[in-house]
Design a protein around this ligand. Structure first.
Ligand code: HEM
Length: 142
């Protein structure tokens, strides 16, 4: 589903608030993700945390940048999705990850955050996750 222009504006505006601190956002995200879901720590290889954070940050920036034209990301997200499938990442994990990301974004966006901004981010992240999941679930996202 394509994001509406209002959602895209909310996304870009809120992103501009946190852009300069984005590596702190990514750090906080991983800390909170492993605090809430220690059961997933075993999936992640020890020792390449910095590289992974940079790649994850790049993937998220792209989700924001291309929110209104997700077809541009389809090939790279599908490839990423197949890699995640091979690593044992299940479809249900994505919702848990997105919940953590939205809560961390709320903290960093502070007074710029509200229900509509949350909905816009949720929409963009879900669209990205769906493309990743479809790449290894043969079209089923449930
Ligand atoms: C929108 C959702 C997600 C995005 C955009 C994303 C993005 C990325 C990127 C860009 C990488 C680096 C790939 C590479 O090494 O070339 C990565 C690695 C990884 N991701 Fe994700 N990811 C998402 C969801 C998830 C979820 C839900 C899990 C599991 C709970 C997960 C687990 C992993 C693991 C285990 C790695 C490998 C890290 C390592 O080697 O230590 N990802 N992810």
């Amino acid at each position: 589903m394509l994001l509406g222009s209002n959602e895209e504006r909310l996304l870009q505006n809120s992103f501009s608030v946190i852009e300069d601190n984005f590596s702190d956002v990514v750090d906080a995200f991983y800390e909170e993700f492993f605090r809430r879901h220690p059961e997933y720590a075993g999936l992640f290889k020890k020792g390449n945390a910095d590289a992974r954070k940079k790649q994850m940050a790049r993937a998220l920036v792209n989700v924001v940048k291309y929110a209104s034209e997700p077809q541009k990301l389809r090939t790279s997200l599908a490839r990423l999705g197949r890699q995640h499938g091979q690593m044992g990442v299940k479809a249900v994990y994505y919702n848990q990850m997105i919940e953590v990301m939205l809560d961390v974004l709320a903290v960093f966006c502070g007074r710029y955050w509200n229900e509509q901004v949350r909905a816009a981010w949720h929409h963009a992240l879900l669209d990205g996750a769906k493309i990743m999941i479809m790449a290894y679930r043969g079209g089923k996202t449930g």
